[in-house]
Write a protein that binds this ligand. Structure first.
Ligand code: NDP
Length: 285
């Protein structure tokens, strides 16, 4: 039996509608994005986020800085946006040019505006089981698993890839839902042995079709985060033939990608609500 295809586009559209309603209720929400340099994929992602933010009724500021921008200049821009009350959410698109220390830029963003959820305060809160702002990709994946009622409690979840923006936060979120989590990476021995045991398999590597159909457990739920752009098109990390074995699978494109953008918008609303509540509590509003 062929797998049910998890429709990320439809679910993302629903999230974006919810976000638009919340933006209207709050009377406006501001998102600022900062892009440094000319990376073509980064331009595509920023333009998609900007378009989605505007469609949801947000005030979206789109800062595109030249590749020659110094670290000091970038940090000064971030500081200005941190201090700007009209900015609820702030994201700095990665990767940054090699002459800029990514860690310093990430740490410069005010944690309460960090809608990518990668500031150490947010990453640490998630690791402690008290999530605040969580990266959009794993947050979107949890939303997909909920929407399709995929059981997680006691399930064996295998996450392939341990980046700070996808693999690690994914593992924490699954753990918090009481899955038994295995986190694989480039030094994992016999990857297939692990993936074949996964009730829920999340592939976040960046290698076209690294996960062959035979590496998937029959009846598994397969989430393909991979976005591998080639001249022939966009490919995931999972061979689509895995749909013949899986019970549920996300397509590429049309799966995790649209959900990531929708959840960044949701995070912006979450950040706006939290900041306003804090201002009311401290009497500064
Ligand atoms: P990174 O390059 O930061 O991390 C890749 C991870 O994969 C690393 O942990 C690496 O291990 C691991 N890895 C590499 N080769 C292997 C291998 N042969 N076997 C097992 N593990 C391996 O990537 P990201 O997490 O940022 O992104 C992963 C993919 O997801 C990319 O294709 C990216 O484009 C896509 N992506 C898609 C998004 C979406 O919205 N759909 C959002 C974000 C990312 P090690 O740590 O040992 O080096």
């Amino acid at each position: 039996m062929a797998a049910t295809i998890i429709d990320g586009r439809a679910l993302a559209a629903a999230v974006r509608e919810e976000v638009a309603a919340q933006v209207a209720e709050l009377g406006g929400v501001g998102l600022a994005t900062v892009l440094v340099g000319d990376d073509p994929a980064s331009h595509v992602y920023i333009d998609l986020k900007q378009k989605a933010a505007r469609a949801a009724g947000m005030q979206a500021r789109d800062l595109k800085l030249p590749a020659s921008t110094s670290e000091e200049e970038l940090l000064a821009t971030i500081a200005e946006l941190n201090a700007d009350d009209a900015v609820d959410g702030l994201l700095v698109q990665l990767p940054l040019p090699a002459h800029i220390d990514e860690g310093r830029a990430i740490e410069a963003v005010a944690p309460e505006k960090d809608v990518d959820g990668i500031h150490p305060v947010n990453a640490g809160s998630l690791a402690l089981g008290r999530p605040r702002l969580v990266p959009g990709t794993p947050l979107g994946i949890m939303r997909m698993l909920e929407a399709y009622e995929i059981p997680l409690e006691g399930a064996h979840a295998v996450v392939v890839g341990r980046s700070n923006i996808v693999g690690k936060p994914m593992a924490h979120l699954l753990l918090q839902r009481n899955a038994t989590v295995t986190l694989c990476h480039s030094r994992t021995r016999d990857l297939a042995r692990h993936t074949r045991e996964a009730d829920v398999l999340v592939a976040a590597v960046g290698r076209r079709h690294l996960i062959a159909a035979e590496m998937v457990k029959p009846g598994a739920t397969v989430i393909d985060v991979g976005m591998n752009r080639t001249e022939e098109g966009l490919f995931g990390d999972v061979d689509p033939r895995a749909a013949e074995r899986a019970a549920y699978i996300t397509p590429v494109p049309g799966g995790v990608g649209p959900m990531t953008i929708a959840m960044v918008l949701q995070n912006t609303v979450t950040a706006a609500r939290a900041r306003r509540a804090a201002q009311v509590a401290s009497g500064t509003s």
